[in-house]
Design a protein around this ligand. Structure first.
Ligand code: DC
Length: 222
């Protein structure tokens, strides 16, 4: 069957990861979480003690960056220089640092190459912020998934519960800050591609979101 390249962009907590995973399972496609790559860069910045505003140090780090997704018995894992960093990158600190480093042109350039290389074979769902606008402007089906900030904060809070000491208010503050960073930066800001199908998940269960998206995809597959 004709394989597609599908993109899902949107802010934190909109449901992109769950929707992308379910769709890729259903279609037998690969699933690529590009936010994890920015988080991988953030962890590298932290571990190497780099100031993320030091462009020369960032450039040097980007040259030796070695991020790779592998599929093993635990699912899809992100390796940095062969070390599994999948769990380490899921902290509020890494979320904020990923958002900060993602505004840097050297980081975006390096990750652009990595992401486009991953799409040489179609049959993939890519989730992120600029998938449909910058990385894959020619994608076959593009979605922009959004939800109210309160709804997104509550979802993220439930995901983080027990893993951090953040209150719901802390989570909402961080989400608002990241929305602001990601959508106002000069390079590849978070925004819907003109040809993206916009889905608001505020009042939708994730199953309904997936059904709705799947309906659009099957129309394109024919
Ligand atoms: O999807 P996420 O929350 O894991 O992404 C972390 C940060 O990475 C996000 O705040 C902005 C950045 N990012 C980006 O700039 N472009 C992408 N395609 C994906 C993520």
């Amino acid at each position: 069957m004709h394989k597609l390249l599908i993109t899902i962009d949107g802010p934190a907590g909109a449901g992109k990861t769950t929707a992308s995973k379910r769709l890729s399972d259903r279609l037998g496609y690969r699933y690529i979480d590009t936010g994890a790559l920015y988080r991988g860069v953030a962890l590298e910045v932290k571990d190497r003690g780099i100031n993320h505003n030091d462009d020369a140090a960032l450039e040097k780090m980007c040259k030796s960056l070695n991020l790779k997704f592998v599929l093993n018995e635990k699912g899809t894992r992100l390796l940095s220089d062969g070390k599994d960093i999948t769990d380490q990158i899921r902290t509020p600190e890494m979320s904020m640092l990923a958002s900060a480093v993602s505004a840097k042109s050297i980081v975006r350039k390096r990750l652009l190459n990595i992401q486009q290389d991953m799409a040489r074979e179609k049959g993939a769902v890519f989730e992120g912020r600029d998938m449909g606008t910058v990385v894959f402007p020619g994608a076959d089906v593009k979605f922009f998934l959004d939800a109210s900030v309160k709804t997104r904060a509550l979802r993220r809070y439930k995901e983080l519960e027990g893993k951090t000491s953040q209150t719901l208010e802390d989570v909402e503050r961080d989400i608002r800050q990241r929305d602001e960073n990601d959508s106002t930066r000069a390079l590849a800001p978070l925004k819907p591609a003109p040809d993206a199908i916009r889905v608001d998940s505020t009042d939708l269960a994730i199953d309904d979101v997936v059904e709705l998206m799947f309906g659009h995809i099957t129309k394109v597959i024919g």
